[in-house]
Write a protein that binds this ligand. Structure first.
Ligand SMILES: [Zn+2]
Length: 75
């Protein structure tokens, strides 16, 4: 089973046992926490999805701001 990068710091986790992994980045908030692979991957997916949603929201917000700017300029 392939495992995804750490949902917190993005580093590759260390295989701890046959079905458990943990983050070995000393500065990461989940450093040393042993997690079941399946749970690890679900978390990583949720985090990746949330990042995407935030990115799109931010983009939409910026677009709207730009439209406002142009509106003010040409009215
Ligand atoms: Zn980490």
């Amino acid at each position: 089973m392939e495992f995804k990068p750490c949902p917190v710091c993005g580093r590759k986790p260390l295989l701890f046992s046959e079905d458990e992994v943990m983050c070995i980045n000393g500065e990461c908030s989940v450093y040393g926490v042993v997690t079941e692979k399946r749970v690890w991957n679900i978390r990583a997916e949720v985090v990746a999805r949330d990042h995407q949603i935030l990115k799109e929201l931010k983009l939409e917000h910026e677009l709207r701001n730009n439209v406002e700017k142009y509106r003010m300029k040409y009215t």
